[in-house]
Every structure is written in C-alpha cells, then in structure tokens.
Design a protein around this ligand. Structure first.
Ligand code: SAH
Ligand code: MG
Length: 203
C-alpha cells in the first residue's frame, strides 16, 4: 500500500505522522470509528489493527477508483469485516449517516482540508458522550500557525484550517492538543478531562 501510495501520489498518513497517529489510536482504543477520507484504505487498516478488539470503522470516500482499491486491499487482510465504506461526498454523506448505538467514539478527519469546519459541525449529532476527534494536516506545511505567508494557491486552505483550530479551541466541552509531527495532527477531546485547554506536543 505504501508503495502504491508513493507511486501514485496518494497522500496517506506519512512516516513522521504515523507514529503519533498510532499513539493516539492506542491511547483511545476506539470501538466505533468514523473516518472522513479513505483514500486507498491505509489509515483504516491501521485503525482496525490498533483499535479495540471489536472495532467497527465507517469510512467515507469521494473517489470511486480509490474506494475500489481500498476494498481490494482490505479483502486481503484479516479486517475486511470491520470496515464499511460509503462512496460519495463526505459533506453530503454525513447528513444521512446513521448514528451507531452509543455514537462514534473516534473520528479521523482527513478529506478536503477546506471542509474541516463543516465536518466538525456535521459530526456533532453522531458523536458518543466521550469521543476523540483527530484531524490530519492541520499545520499544512507549516503555514497554518507559522509566520511565513502561504503562496497564493494555498491561502484559502490555510485560512480554513486556522478557522478549524479556532473552532475546536472555542467550542465548550472540548479541549485540543496539536501534535506537530508530520503535517500536524489536532487531537480534540470531547467529554474527557485533559490538563490543557490547548497545547502543543511532539511525540
Ligand atoms: N486517510 C487516508 C488518506 C486520505 S487522503 C490515509 O491516511 O490512508 C484524502 C482523501 O479524501 C482522498 O482520497 C480524497 O479523494 C478524499 N476526499 C476529498 N474530498 C472528499 C470529499 N468531499 N468527500 C469524501 N472524500 C473526499
Ligand atoms: Mg492526511
């Protein structure tokens, strides 16, 4: 999968981000995962492997080609019964998605970077009382919280990721830490006690 992703420029969770990603999964040991942005199914497999024993993953992907590839990879793994893919635009799919019993206790946001705010709002009714929301690429090449001005073509993405970080920071009942590994992971806790309302870490 890693070779395919490299050859075809599929942005799967990268080597620097992977260790931090796995630490978050291992710590949360989620039972009901929602993933927004499947790509070729790499992160879904990692979550199936490192989640709770009974983990079930619902994952959303826009590209039919990538969705089929993901399914063919899962087919060859011991986890195919644990993963359920929905094909389509995540913004639309989220509105019709049934809430599993107890709600999702883990959400991995990794699709259109301009839509994270929309995703965060739409997942609210689907969440468990205690949940972790992990968002990938939130530092976007260092431009989101950095001093350097982003090139024109990235301006909107950077602005929207800044809005996402602002939103998770300000929403009551949530606390967030940012892992600066890889392209930046925002770990947002709902209904869990955490020491800092907002902070940075490198694992
Ligand atoms: N989570 C994957 C990588 C996802 S890459 C991993 O780490 O292995 C981002 C994916 O989001 C791409 O495959 C892209 O097709 C998908 N995507 C982009 N916009 C989307 C949308 N509006 N709805 C659903 N998926 C979308
Ligand atoms: Mg990503």
């Amino acid at each position: 999968m890693e070779a395919y992703a490299a050859r075809h420029h599929v942005p799967i969770i990268n080597e620097q981000g992977r260790r931090a990603f796995l630490q978050v999964i291992e710590e949360a040991k989620p039972h009901r995962v929602l993933e927004i942005g499947t790509a070729i199914g790499y992160s879904a497999l990692l979550m199936a492997q490192h989640g709770a024993e009974d983990v079930q993953i619902t994952t959303l992907e826009l590209s039919e080609e990538r969705a089929r590839l993901a399914e063919s990879f899962w087919e060859r793994s011991p986890y195919k019964e644990r993963i359920n893919l929905h094909l389509g635009d995540a913004g639309e799919l989220l509105q019709g998605l049934p809430r599993p019993e107890g709600g999702f206790d883990f959400v991995f946001i990794d699709a259109a970077k301009g839509q994270y705010v929309d995703y965060f709002q739409k997942i609210q009714p689907l969440l468990a009382e205690k949940a972790v929301i992990l968002a990938d690429n939130v530092l976007f090449r260092g431009y989101v919280l950095g001093q350097e001005k982003p090139p024109r073509r990235f301006k909107t993405i950077v602005k929207r990721l800044q809005q996402y970080l602002q939103l998770v920071q300000e929403t009551p009942g949530y606390s967030t830490k940012i892992l600066v590994n890889g392209d930046g992971l925002a770990v947002t806790y709902k209904g869990l006690i955490s020491e800092a309302g907002f902070g940075f870490e490198k694992t």
